[in-house]
Ligand binder design. Structure first.
Ligand SMILES: [Zn+2]
Length: 366
């Protein structure tokens, strides 16, 4: 694989004195970049998010740190918004360059990451059972196994990522990193090198997603919780299902929470900066409100046997037609549909029942 040509990188952008937005390449066309933020200090540099564990991302991060006067060995602290591969991916590599680096995450995220056993074969088997339960056909599951061969299992990386994005070694490097040197709780103050950052627990996209608020500058680092153009995937996963979580309800509450922060500029991990964070939160909440109606209409449009989550996912609007989705996208579309179905069930508008064939089906509460 050719290494990354750093001359194609936009130079780091200084948001306020000493806070820089960096760039590292992703593997998906939909989201070409992940933006780590660098807090410059006298004693070193603190990062918020890292990048994929790919050689290209390492080259890019090294070049971008150099442009602001640091080397990877100067990274004193790595705050991680959430345990997805594009945010956590370089953590182990950074620790190797800078052994004293304090990897810092929400404690809840660390526990979730450790408990979900994404990488093992048992997880794949359980995932297959779970998807069958929610209406994926044997043929689709076969195709999914084919696609995941040689790459990380489904559900592991952000939607749109190519399964072969990282080499075996790189994948292992982030699988191993289920530990944090510092576990945060909500509202905790992180003080370092002239900076004060407040942790804002924002579950939804993942159970322990972290946003970071910088009161002095009225800046909010939003990770993947709020992005400027796309809406983050909010899915009921098999682990969430087992833990009786309702990620959409959590996500909507987290939107309200960040909207209430006194923010001048919001800085997401992908896409553009956000000038009006409360407005962007309102638009995203509206998108989900609309999706709840679509889900109900999809259920009404099926005659006879009540539909499964897969059948409902097929009937709602996505950025591309559902029929063109590969297994990975199909799984996340079903997870996202389930998050909506589950919220409607909790609100007493839907009934969920298990059919004789084991499939979970959904119908209107009369
Ligand atoms: Zn991301």
């Amino acid at each position: 694989m050719p290494d990354f040509d750093v001359s194609t990188l936009e130079p780091p952008r200084e948001i306020v004195p000493g806070l820089w937005r960096l760039r590292t390449p992703m593997t998906s066309n939909a989201l070409p970049w992940i933006m780590p933020y660098a807090f410059a200090g006298k004693h070193g540099v603190t990062l918020f998010d890292s990048g994929y564990g790919t050689p290209e991302a390492k080259t890019a991060l090294t070049a971008q740190l150099k442009a602001i006067g640091y080397a990877p060995s100067d990274v004193q602290r790595l705050l991680v918004s959430h345990a997805h591969a594009d945010h956590l991916g370089l953590a182990n590599w950074i620790k190797r360059q800078s052994p004293g680096c304090e990897v810092t995450m929400m404690g809840i995220e660390v526990d979730w990451f450790a408990a979900s056993h994404h990488g093992d074969d048992d997880w794949l088997t359980r995932s297959g059972v779970w998807m069958r339960r929610h209406g994926l056909t044997e043929e689709e599951l076969e195709r999914g196994l084919e696609e995941s061969r040689g790459g990380p299992p489904w559900g592991r990386m952000d939607a749109g990522a190519k399964p072969d994005a990282a080499s075996e070694t790189e994948r292992r490097s982030w699988e191993l990193h289920a530990e944090a040197d510092r576990r945060l709780v909500d509202g905790e103050e992180i003080v370092f090198d002239g900076w004060l950052v407040v942790s804002v627990w924002t579950p939804g996209h993942t159970p322990g997603h972290l946003c970071a608020y910088i009161p002095e500058h009225k800046l909010t680092l939003t990770g993947d919780h709020v992005l400027s153009r796309i809406t983050p995937n909010v899915s009921l996963s098999q682990e969430g299902d087992e833990a009786h979580r309702n990620p959409l309800r959590e996500f909507l509450a987290s939107l309200k929470k960040v909207a209430s922060l006194d923010t001048g500029l919001a800085l997401p991990a992908h896409e553009d900066t956000i000038d009006d964070l409360p407005e962007r939160c309102r638009v995203i909440a509206e998108h989900h409100e609309h999706r709840l109606h679509e889900v109900l209409a999809a259920i009404d449009s099926v005659e006879g046997v009540p539909p499964s989550a897969a059948q409902i996912a097929e009937r709602v609007t996505w950025n591309r037609p559902y029929s063109t989705f590969g297994m990975f996208k199909r799984r996340s579309a079903i997870g996202e549909t389930l998050a909506h179905l589950d919220l409607l069930r909790e609100d007493g508008r839907l009934l969920m029942h298990q059919a004789e064939d084991g499939t979970v089906r959904w119908e209107r509460a009369r």
